[in-house]
Write a protein that binds this ligand. Structure first.
Ligand SMILES: Cc1cc2nc3c(=O)[nH]c(=O)nc-3n(C[C@H](O)[C@H](O)[C@H](O)COP(=O)(O)OP(=O)(O)OC[C@H]3O[C@@H](n4cnc5c(N)ncnc54)[C@H](O)[C@@H]3O)c2cc1C
Length: 509
C-alpha cells in the first residue's frame, strides 16, 4: 500500500467531490518507480468509481496522464506525484473531473483566450515547497485550454534527463522545448510571462489614490488593510504578492498561530486584503517616485499612478556574494533555496557560503542529502545560534572553514568548484564541488529610490515613529526600513503604523 491510512481517509473525502469520470492512461515498465506508480493509480481506482485506468505508452515511462472520458487533457505526471506533489495530483483529478479551479474568473478567461499550441514541462523535486504552485497552475491551464499541455517530471525519477538538460534548480519550466523560467510562479505570473496579462494604459487611467502601497508582503498587506478600513481610496502595487514569506517553509513565531507555512500565510493575507475595497495591482514593479501635486509612481511597464500619500513596503531580497561566476552559474549550480534545490545535489559535494543561522540551517539540511558540505564563513567565528552549531559539528560530512573570503565560482557550463582566500595568510585555495548555496543575508529593495529620500548606508529607508520618511506624504514599513529587526510580525506592525501615519497626514493636509 503506497498511501498510508490517514492520507487515504482524507483522500476518500476529496474523491467524493469528483463530478465526472476520469481516465488515467498509464505508461509503466518493470522498474521500482513504475511499480510504485502502478500501486498508486490502482489504489486511486479502487477508491472511486469515477477513476478508470488504461495501459498505454507515453513519451516518458513511468508516467500517467489524467484525462476526461473521450478527451485527452494534456495533464501528465512523470514519476510518482507523492510528497509535496500529492495535492497537485488530487487537484488534477478534481479539476479534470469537472470541478472549477479556485482562481479568479478574470484569469480563467485569460487562459481560455490563449491561442496556439503550448507544451509545458516542469522539472520538480518531491521535497520542493515552491514546485506545487507551478505544477498546479500549469495543470489548470492545461485543463482549461485544449492548446496547452503540461507534464510534471520528478527529477529524482528522471536523473539522466535532468542531467542532460543541466537542470540544477527546481522548479524549472520548459515551454515548447525552450527554457521558460525557474522558481515559484503563480498562474497570474505565467500568463503575464506569455504576454497575455493586463496592459499599462489600463493602470495609468486610474483615478488618484488616497494611499498607494508599494509592496505586497506582510508590511504592505497590513498597511493596505489599515488604510482601507479608514474608508479611503487604497491601492497596492506588488511585484509578487506575498513577498519573502512565499519562500518560507515553517513559521513558528507568528504570535497566535503555533505553526503555519509561508505560502499559506500569503494566501490568507491576500484573502484578507480582498475583503476590503483595495485595488490590488499584482506583478507590477515600481521604478520611480516623484513628488508633484500628487505623488507620482512610475511602473516598469510605463504606467504612472498618482496618490496623495504613498507607503513603501518593498522588503528585501537575498544578498549576492558578488564574485565572478555567481551570476553566470545561477541555477547551474549556484542556488539560494536549500529546501527546493538540495535534492538535485544528492550524492554530490556542495558548499554553503555564510555561517549565520540561515547558512548553518542550510548546511545541516543539505548534509542529510549530499555527499559533503563545506561551510565558508568570512568572519573568524560562525554567527549562528550555539544550538545550531552543536548540531552542525556533530555531523560527519561537514567541514567548516572560517576566515574564508570567497574569490570565484568556477565552472564550464555548470559549477565545478569554488576558490577562496584564507584571510589570515592570504593563501588561495580551490575546492572541487558541484553546488554552492549562498546564504549571506538580505538587502533592502530600495535601489530605485536612490536620491529620492533619506536612506541609511545599507540602503534602508529612514523612518520616524509614525513611519514617515524624509519626503512629506511618503511613509515606509517593514524590511525595507531601518527597523533593527526584520520579522513578519514586526513588518505587519510597522505597516499598520505607516497606514495610521498616512491617514493622520491626510487629515492634517
Ligand atoms: C527564508 C526566510 C525565512 C524566514 N522565516 C521567518 C520566520 O520564521 N518568522 C518571521 O517572523 N520572519 C521570517 N522571515 C522574515 C520575514 O519573511 C520578513 O521579515 C517579512 O516578509 C518582511 O515583510 P515585508 O512586507 O517588509 O517585505 P517582503 O516580504 O520582502 O515583501 C516585499 C514586497 O514588495 C514587493 N516589491 C519589491 N520591490 C518592489 C517594487 N520595486 N515595486 C513593487 N513591488 C515591489 C515584493 O514583490 C513583495 O511583494 C524569513 C525570511 C526568509 C527569507
Amino acid at each position: 500500500m503506497i498511501l498510508d491510512k490517514e492520507i487515504k481517509a482524507q483522500l476518500a473525502q476529496y474523491l467524493q467531490l469528483m463530478e465526472g469520470d476520469v481516465l488515467l492512461k498509464v505508461s509503466a515498465g518493470s522498474d521500482e518507480v513504475s511499480r510504485d506508480m502502478l500501486d498508486l493509480v490502482d489504489e486511486l481506482a479502487n477508491m472511486s468509481s469515477h477513476i478508470k485506468v488504461e495501459k498505454t505508452e507515453l513519451q516518458r515511462t513511468p508516467s500517467f496522464s489524467v484525462n476526461r472520458a473521450g478527451e485527452d487533457t494534456g495533464v501528465t505526471f512523470a514519476g510518482v506525484p507523492l510528497g509535496h506533489e500529492f495535492t497537485s495530483l488530487v487537484l488534477a483529478l478534481l479539476q479534470v473531473s469537472g470541478r472549477a479551479p479556485k482562481v479568479d474568473q478574470k484569469l480563467i478567461d485569460q487562459v481560455k483566450n490563449i491561442k496556439g499550441e503550448y507544451h509545458f514541462e516542469s522539472y520538480i523535486s518531491l521535497t520542493c515547497h515552491n514546485c506545487p504552485d507551478v505544477v498546479q497552475a500549469l495543470n489548470i491551464m492545461s485543463t482549461l485550454n485544449p492548446g496547452i499541455t503540461h507534464t510534471m517530471i520528478d527529477g529524482a525519477a528522471f536523473k539522466e534527463e535532468v542531467e542532460s538538460k543541466d537542470i540544477m534548480a527546481v522548479p524549472t519550466v520548459f515551454l515548447n522545448g525552450e527554457s521558460f523560467g525557474s522558481g515559484r510562479m503563480t498562474l497570474e505570473e505565467i500568463i503575464a510571462k506569455m504576454g497575455s496579462g493586463s496592459d499599462a494604459s489600463e493602470l495609468s487611467d486610474k483615478e488618484p489614490f488616497d494611499v498607494l502601497v508599494i509592496g505586497g508582503g506582510p508590511a504592505g498587506a497590513s498597511a493596505a488593510i489599515y488604510a482601507a478600513r479608514k474608508g479611503i481610496r487604497t491601492g497596492i502595487v506588488a511585484e509578487r504578492f506575498g513577498g519573502q514569506i512565499m519562500d518560507t517553509l515553517g513559521i513558528e513565531n507568528f504570535i497566535g498561530t503555533k505553526y503555519t507555512e509561508g505560502p499559506k500565510l500569503a494566501a490568507s493575507l491576500e484573502e484578507h486584503v480582498k475583503e476590503y475595497t483595495v485595488d490590488v495591482m499584482n506583478l507590477q514593479r515600481a521604478k520611480r517616485l516623484e513628488k508633484k501635486d500628487f505623488i507620482a509612481v512610475e511602473l516598469e511597464n510605463g504606467a504612472v499612478l498618482r496618490s496623495k500619500t504613498v507607503i513603501l513596503s518593498t522588503g528585501a531580497r537575498w544578498r549576492n556574494v558578488g564574485v565572478p561566476g555567481e551570476k553566470e552559474f545561477k541555477n547551474k549550480g549556484v542556488a539560494y533555496c536549500p529546501h527546493c534545490d538540495g535534492p538535485l545535489f544528492a550524492g554530490k559535494d556542495v558548499a554553503v557560503i555564510g555561517g549565520g543561522n540561515s547558512g548553518i540551517e542550510a548546511a545541516i539540511d543539505l548534509a542529510g542529502i549530499v555527499k559533503h558540505v563545506t561551510v565558508l564563513e568570512f568572519a573568524p567565528e560562525l554567527k549562528a545560534d550555539s544550538v545550531l552549531q552543536e548540531r552542525l559539528y556533530s555531523l560527519p560530512n561537514v567541514t567548516v572553514i572560517k576566515n574564508a573570503q570567497t574569490k570565484e565560482i568556477t565552472g564550464t557550463d555548470k559549477v565545478n568548484g569554488i576558490s577562496y582566500i584564507e584571510r589570515e595568510t592570504g593563501a588561495e585555495h580551490h575546492i572541487e564541488l558541484q553546488g554552492i548555496f549562498v546564504q549571506i543575508g538580505l538587502v533592502p529593495n530600495t535601489d530605485w529610490l536612490e536620491g529620492t529620500l533619506e536612506r541609511t548606508r545599507m540602503g534602508e529607508i529612514v523612518v520616524d515613529n509614525h513611519g514617515a520618511t524624509s519626503v512629506p506624504g511618503v511613509f515606509a514599513a517593514g524590511d525595507c526600513t531601518n527597523s533593527p529587526y526584520k520579522q513578519i510580525i514586526i513588518s505587519m506592525g510597522s505597516g499598520a503604523t505607516a497606514a495610521l501615519g498616512a491617514f493622520d497626514y491626510l487629515i492634517r493636509n
